[in-house]
Design a protein around this ligand. Structure first.
Ligand SMILES: *Cc1c(COP(=O)(O)O)cnc(C)c1O
Length: 363
């Protein structure tokens, strides 16, 4: 039996994509150029933030954000363990120490009170993750960021087109990082986006994504002041991105429709709790997350019916590289109970109804 998967890359229909792709491949200009700038313009318009900088991976966006902040040896970055690995490996790469805050026991998202209890003079940044597309408690996180003057990096790899205060994520904190990796809401095969809040940091980040060179100045007259990486996006990936943006109704919006369907259809199911959303937030449901009793039985029951279900990510504090011995008692509870069910663009109406029926029969 074919399983209904948890993740699956969306690619636009051949007739929409292949001519555009072929044109750019044989255009003689496949590196960073007009297609990249057009993609950035479209994203800036969609998100509503003019300071949108494309990069070749979400990981690169996180790394540049940390470089802009100046995180390094002797510094601490407060983060969460409930995430994919790059959130925290990028912090480790700068030399800064990852300090894991606990999560809100109800949502699995980083807990503002725990963040505040960990802030000290070494704290360089607060890294938060809109896990599975659910938006963190931004009202309280913003207050803490202001109170202690510590910048927030939003890892929004799962949260493209999620909302806070009615605006798309990418307009709130000093740094917001998106991923366009294969299985994310919108894929450019690989790619990422860094959203900033001012022109100065935007210009510095632009150099950091290309060795430290200034693209506006001829190569022979350039003078690198700060060494950067090779993190820019190329015209081929950007062309895929431009076509993907024409397909939002078939990719991102499908996740949202399916997520809203589950929000209603899975209310009041014995042994299952829905996750509440914070004030002023709207998820974009990259994964649909629930808490269940007897999770192994739940996963087995769904598998028997051809439906994938899984917690998907190993908590980051279990990796030796972070050498964390902090107790995260809320995460311990959440981590035992949470599970994702399929929610993405590939689900048919019949399939999502079948998933709800299987769950309602019990496990
Ligand atoms: C996918 C992902 C990233 C990194 O994205 P890449 O584009 O693969 O580098 C970062 N954080 C989280 C939570 C992710 O899921």
């Amino acid at each position: 039996m074919d399983m209904i998967p948890l993740v699956k890359p969306y690619l636009p229909p051949e007739e929409k994509l292949m001519d555009r792709l072929k044109n750019i491949l044989y255009s003689g200009y496949i590196s960073e150029g007009e297609a990249v700038y057009a993609f950035e313009d479209e994203l800036a318009k969609l998100i509503g933030n003019p300071y949108c900088l494309s990069v070749n991976a979400g990981t690169a966006a996180l790394h540049i954000a940390l470089m802009l902040i100046g995180a390094g040896k002797g510094d601490e970055v407060i983060s969460t363990a409930l995430t994919a690995e790059p959130t925290n490996t990028t912090i480790a790469l700068t030399g800064a120490k990852v300090v894991f805050a606990d999560v809100d026991i109800h949502t699995g998202l980083i807990d503002p009170e725990s963040i505040e209890s960990l802030i000290n003079e070494k704290t360089k940044a607060i890294m938060i993750v809109h896990y599975a597309g659910m938006v963190c408690d931004m009202d309280n996180i913003n207050l803490i960021s202001k109170k202690y003057n510590v910048p927030v990096i939003e890892d929004a790899a799962h949260a493209f087109m999620s909302k806070y205060n009615g605006a798309f994520i990418g307009n709130n904190s000093a740094y917001t990082c998106f991923s366009f990796q294969a299985i994310k809401h919108l894929t450019t095969i690989d790619g990422g986006l860094l959203c900033l809040k001012n022109e100065e940091e935007y210009n510095r980040a632009k150099k950091l994504r290309w060795f430290g060179l200034d693209k506006k100045i001829p190569r022979l007259q350039n003078n690198i002041i700060e060494a950067g990486y090779k993190y820019h996006m190329n015209n081929v990936n950007a062309t895929v991105g431009l076509v993907q943006l024409e397909c939002l109704a078939d990719n991102v919006q499908k996740y949202v429709e399916n997520g809203k369907y589950y929000d209603g259809a899975l209310e009041n199911v014995q042994g299952l709790s829905l996750i509440p959303y914070y004030n002023n937030t709207e998820p974009s449901y990259w994964l649909y997350t629930i808490k269940v009793e007897r999770r192994d039985d739940f996963i087995r029951k769904l598998a028997e019916n051809g439906i994938a279900a899984s917690p998907l990510h190993l908590r980051s504090d279990r990796h030796a590289v972070f050498a964390s011995r902090r107790t995260l008692s809320n995460l311990d509870v959440f981590y035992k109970a949470f599970v994702h069910i399929p929610c993405g663009w590939w689900l048919t109406k019949e399939e999502r109804e079948k998933i709800v029926q299987v769950i309602k029969k019990g496990w």
